[in-house]
Design a protein around this ligand. Structure first.
Ligand code: AMP
Ligand code: MG
Length: 346
């Protein structure tokens, strides 16, 4: 497939390039564009044939529903019904931004978009390029992360260019995504809202404004969440080609353990990578990729680090464990999945 590439500077948005890409969306074709979370692979959410192309381009299982992206809040009333007060509060407070709400869908939303469910996931992104694209397309845009199903989500222009060129009709190269982790998914169809996927808007932030928020219990276990309520959470995800392990314990033990594993791997002829906090990077042998100093930085660098490991042909990656407070919950959720829940005690 011929892919039309547009390079767009977020600080000086070229409206002609936006128009070119939005036209493709309006014609029922697929376009990749940046958002504040990760790059999204979009198509008209109300057009079944267009949505089918998303699943094909990603190789995504058809029972894994898509998030519908809108330009202004009013559009949510065309897509969903019986929206309760807590949902209104969340949308008013956090939109545009990295939170997706699960609502009862109206008939206009095809089952292909909702993965056969009676609910629909809706988000209003804040990224200026994403907003322009959606506005200009004139239709709500279904857009999962723009990676081949199972791979780490793309957070930089290079990631989508390398992986998706030829698989979609258009790609907007628009720099790095801000958060680097996918949106928080919050089910607001029930009396007490429940987080189905942790993201950069945290449980604490939500509870500050709507009171008790539950977390899908299957997400809190350090084991495979086959029973997860968000269909997508049960699939293998975020996996680089390298085999990933999380090593946990105190700082000193973790460093000792990882360094001894690096030696063992070297003897077997295996290339080893280490992902760690910036402050620890000089303590490790092997190929070290720093994830940054703060949890926010770790969140925005994680998927890129996993992709870097593949580029360097690393066979085995060891990652430090991170705190699960605040955005740490989302980080550990993604890391555990990318590791296939393989954890080693230091
Ligand atoms: P992504 O494809 O990376 O954008 O992820 C979207 C996430 O939202 C996946 O985990 C989906 O399973 C989840 N999701 C989307 N729609 C729904 C829905 N109606 N109910 C529950 N989870 C949903
Ligand atoms: Mg995804």
């Amino acid at each position: 497939m011929n892919t039309i590439i547009s390079k767009i500077d977020i600080n000086d948005i070229d409206k002609n390039e936006i128009k070119k890409q939005s036209k493709l969306l309006a014609e029922g074709k697929t376009v990749i564009f940046p958002t504040e979370t990760v790059y999204g692979l979009g198509a008209n959410a109300l057009d079944e044939d267009a949505v089918k192309k998303i699943y094909e381009a990603k190789g995504r299982p058809s029972d894994n529903p898509l998030i519908v992206h809108i330009y202004n809040k009013e559009e949510v009333y065309n897509l969903a019904k019986n929206i309760n007060e807590k949902a209104e509060i969340i949308m008013d407070k956090f939109w545009p931004g990295p939170i997706t709400v699960i609502l009862n869908k109206k008939d206009i939303v095809p089952y292909r978009t909702s993965g056969g469910l009676e609910t629909v996931a809706v988000r209003m992104p804040s990224h200026l390029i994403a907003r322009e694209i959606i506005k200009e397309a004139g239709v709500p845009i279904a857009a999962p992360s723009a990676n081949i199903s199972g791979r780490p989500s793309p957070t930089k222009a290079d990631h989508v260019y390398e992986e998706m060129k030829g698989r979609v009709s258009g790609i907007v190269l628009g720099g790095d995504c801000n958060f680097g982790l996918e949106s928080t998914v919050l089910d607001v169809t029930t009396e007490t809202p429940m987080i189905l996927r942790p993201g950069s808007i945290t449980k604490e932030e939500l509870e500050d404004i709507i009171g008790t928020v539950l977390i899908d219990p299957s997400l809190e276990k350090k084991e495979d969440n086959k029973k997860a309520k968000a269909p997508g959470m049960k699939y293998t995800h975020y996996s680089p080609d390298a085999d990933v392990y999380i090593v946990y314990g105190n700082r000193e033990d973790t460093i000792k353990k990882i360094n001894s594993l690096v030696v063992e791997n070297n003897e077997k002829g295996l290339k080893t990578g280490v992902m760690c906090l910036e402050q620890n990077k000089d303590s490790y042998n092997g190929t070290v990729v720093s994830l940054g100093n703060t949890l926010e930085e770790v969140g925005s660098n994680l998927f890129d680090a996993l992709r870097q490991m593949d580029k360097m042909n690393i066979d085995i990656v060891y990652s430090e464990e991170f705190s699960t407070s605040g955005v740490g919950q989302a980080i550990m959720n993604r890391l555990l999945k990318s590791a296939g829940y393989k954890i080693i005690k230091a």
